[in-house]
Design a protein around this ligand. Structure first.
Ligand code: SAM
Length: 264
């Protein structure tokens, strides 16, 4: 019964995600940007500039829901239709359904966290890897997409390889977030992948990584509250800039943005 509910919720969220795309006639600049990515002719600085222009043109206001920037990103990544697992794999009641982070929040988070090419990102509960792919393109960070559902992992692989981004840039890890080795990670992103004991176990794994080096945790949704309780993490107000390049996020400081914590 619980899984059936999760399946229906997942269907509603994902159909809202695609609704706009069906209404769009197309984005003239996307084909050109996609070609540059595939040919390897665009680095993080140039891609951030192009993406900033897409943001100005297409991002909506507020933090809830999807907008035309998501449609542009879906086209850039050639996401196409998504097969939603009809029988989500049994992982216990902690684990939540797939819901993509709106693209404007991803862009805002990457700038504010100062993610750069020296970073190793883990998107824990990555869905089809939108955050991992955009993070690699926007910052140059090596991005790991950790996802339990094989069907989402296949899609994430297809999206990344379709853009000519190999595993050294976007690496897809199919498995349970509790079993992954995070020791290489410097930045971790969690958009409400799970709660309960699973979240506790993953927080403990991240705390152990933070004993050895400084890490950044970016959180969105109800799991954010749990990170706020950890004494080894300090919430960072608007750091701004990526890679010391003094960039500023165009997004106003809404409460609904991704919260960024640094280990102390
Ligand atoms: C809310 S979605 C977020 C997707 C992506 N991070 C984004 O922001 O676009 C959460 C994802 O976590 C995955 N997930 C849930 N429990 C998991 C677990 N124990 N291990 C790995 N992935 C899990 C779900 O299948 C789902 O795709």
């Amino acid at each position: 019964m619980y899984n059936l509910c999760k399946y229906y919720i997942s269907n509603i969220i994902i159909s809202q995600f695609y609704m706009r795309e069906r209404n769009e006639t197309g984005f003239a600049e996307i084909g050109d940007i996609r070609r540059k990515i595939i040919s390897g002719n665009i680095g993080p600085d140039a891609f951030r500039k192009e993406f900033g222009e897409l943001y100005e043109k297409y991002a909506g206001e507020g933090t809830l829901g999807y907008d035309e920037l998501d449609s542009a990103v879906n086209m850039l990544l050639q996401i196409g239709k998504l097969q939603i697992p009809t029988a989500p794999r049994e992982r216990g009641s902690d684990n939540l359904v797939y819901e993509p982070t709106p693209a404007r929040l991803i862009y805002d988070m990457i700038i504010r966290s100062r993610m750069n090419e020296h970073d190793v990102l883990y998107d824990i509960g990555a869905g089809i890897g939108r955050v991992a792919v955009l993070a690699n393109l926007l910052s140059g960070a090596r991005a790991n997409a950790v996802e339990y559902e094989p069907v989402y992992c296949e899609k994430a692989e297809a999206i990344a390889r379709g853009l000519n981004l190999g595993p050294e840039k976007v690496n897809v890890i199919q498995g349970d977030a509790r079993d992954v080795d995070y020791s290489e990670g410097t930045v971790f992103y969690l958009f409400n992948p799970f709660g309960g004991k699973t979240l506790e176990q993953v927080i403990e794994k991240l705390r152990q990584v933070a004993e050895k080096k400084n890490i950044t945790i970016c959180a969105l949704g109800p799991c954010t509250v749990r990170f706020a309780q950890e004494a080894w993490l300090k919430k960072v107000e608007d750091v701004g800039g990526t890679d010391g390049k003094n960039m500023k996020s165009p997004m106003p400081a809404y409460d609904g943005r991704v919260t960024i914590y640094k280990s102390v």
